[in-house]
Ligand binder design. Structure first.
Ligand SMILES: C[S@@+](CC[C@H](N)C(=O)[O-])C[C@H]1O[C@@H](n2cnc3c(N)ncnc32)[C@H](O)[C@@H]1O
Length: 249
């Protein structure tokens, strides 16, 4: 019989606490060990810009849902400044306080999509939505399809949304059940043991292929194009994470 494993999840309120913890590095405050992000964020930013092509234009409306406080949102703030984009950052006020203010930056202290007035006011006006490494928290904390539907409602014609860095447990299993994944695990963990990969088991609060495909299908059935995209191979988690790109025709 399948066993039910509850994972210890961190969520929005934990991040609010991390943001105020001066003993943590900025990577730890956003839930990553330093080794997963240090030295990689320029490559992550480049991968994001390759997919969100509207960022290359000028004078667009950009939104970052869950920017956190590492160098990644700082790179986006700087890019938006140089392209005359407006940028809205939506996260806990405590997290947003760790990012510099700028004339082109608006900060909305809220657990998205529980900023209904802001969403209603900006419906159909947004050219770029970035939501990077946040979906797994949204999946647990808030209505999942509410998140998707609210985001779709924001997109202007030609608008793009990147739901990036999705830890898809099905992709992770495919990798760790492969010879390449076994080799990677042994090298990384400095062990002779193969990784344990369990199929046909109930995994509460985990994103799997069914969730990824449901997002794609729901976006498409509501009139948007949607695609699963790989991450560039030089990204630290590219062997077990992937991205979704949604565009409004
Ligand atoms: C893993 S960090 C990712 C930060 C950043 N996007 C990056 O990749 O560097 C997750 C961030 O999302 C924020 N977050 C989680 N759930 C959220 C929600 N429902 N609305 C807005 N922000 C959220 C957290 O406070 C945290 O700053």
């Amino acid at each position: 019989m399948a066993s039910v494993n509850r994972f210890n999840h961190i969520g929005f309120e934990d991040f609010r606490r991390f943001a105020q913890d001066e003993s943590m590095s900025n990577y730890e405050r956003i839930g990553f060990p330093d080794s997963y992000r240090q030295g990689y964020e320029a490559a992550i930013h480049e991968d994001i810009c390759r997919k969100l092509t509207n960022l290359r234009a000028a004078d667009r409306k950009v939104v970052d849902i869950g920017p956190g406080c590492s160098d990644l949102p700082k790179m986006l703030i700087s890019l938006c400044g140089s392209r005359s984009h407006s940028l809205t950052l939506i996260d806990s006020q405590e997290m947003l306080n760790l990012l510099d203010d700028a004339p082109w930056v608006e900060k909305v202290g809220a657990m998205y999509p529980r900023c209904r007035d802001w969403i209603a006011h900006n419906a159909g006006k947004v050219d770029v939505i970035l939501c990077y490494s946040v979906l797994h928290y949204i999946f647990v904390d808030v209505g999942f399809f509410d998140f998707l539907d609210s985001s779709l409602s924001l997109l202007a014609p030609g608008g793009q949304m990147l739901i990036g860095d999705i830890p898809n447990v099905s992709k992770r299993k495919r990798f760790f059940a492969s010879a390449t994944g076994v080799r990677f695990h042994k090298d990384y963990m400095k062990t002779d043991e193969a990784p344990v990969v369990e199929f046909n088991t109930i995994e509460p609060d985990q994103i799997d292929d069914a969730v990824v495909m449901a997002l794609i299908q729901r976006a498409r059935s509501q009139g948007y194009d949607a695609y699963v995209l790989p991450q560039a191979p030089d990204l630290p988690l590219s062997n077990r994470r992937e991205d979704i790109l949604i565009t409004r025709p």
